[in-house]
Design a protein around this ligand. Sequence first.
Ligand code: SF4
Ligand code: SF4
Ligand code: FES
Length: 264
Amino acid sequence: MVEFTLPKNSKVKPGKIHKLKGAEEAHEKDIWRLHVYRYDPDTEENPRLDVFEISKDACGTKVLDALLKIKDEIDPSLTFRRSCREGVCGSCAMNIDGTNTLACTKEMDDSKKDIMVLPLPHMHVVKDLVPDLSQAVDQYASVQPWLKADTPAPGERERLQTPEERAKLDGLWECILCFCCTTSCPSYWWNGDRYLGPATLLQANRWIEDSRDDHTNERLEALDDAFKLYRCHTIMNCTKACPKNLNPAKAIGNIKKKMMDKSE
Ligand code: SF4
Ligand code: SF4
Ligand code: FES
């Protein structure tokens, strides 16, 4: 039988427990208890799960509120990304209770018991809850996510679309590039160096569908590759994971259909 060994220092160990103290002590039902992944590349130590008790009386209700409170009042070394606090920047994506989602929109009371907070899965961890998204961002840049028009801009006015043409971008433009979908995709886990993943493919489809873009065929040809596009096996984890309720699997299906239409 094949035997696997984990890489050195990969085992996640129990960490520090930060209990509520003194006047803050509260009944169990009035506490949120978060188990938070900690990893510091500057030490030789294994990753660990620290436990933080937060009084419901003293904190907002979202996971990001608790992380900010922990950073402000308990452990300033806790590291995570965030910016908008309202689900539009995509920075605070992480894995909460086993699901990739946004910490700023995730209600802590959704959890039936303790709240598990981990970085997005299957990515290298820079520190604590910060994944290394360099590869995913480079892949996004590779689809040239900007308008490529061959005609000069029409003077004072924007390039016009009919309502029908504009409607084709709905369900695509709303993507906030949080990569919750990409990091939940098994095909990306195994072939992330060559498969572009659902976030980038949804964005590619956004430009393929744009009536103002003159490079549709060139965009399709660039994706016509056994790995870049066709590693998607319609498992649908991506669509289930999207916190903006978008459908990357459908967008990928649309690219495949356009590819077939082009070759007929
Ligand atoms: S549908 Fe495609 S992109 Fe989405 S999770 Fe499945 S394999 Fe990945
Ligand atoms: S499709 Fe959804 S999950 Fe994927 S990057 Fe865009 S907003 Fe995030
Ligand atoms: S902080 Fe911007 S999406 Fe959460």
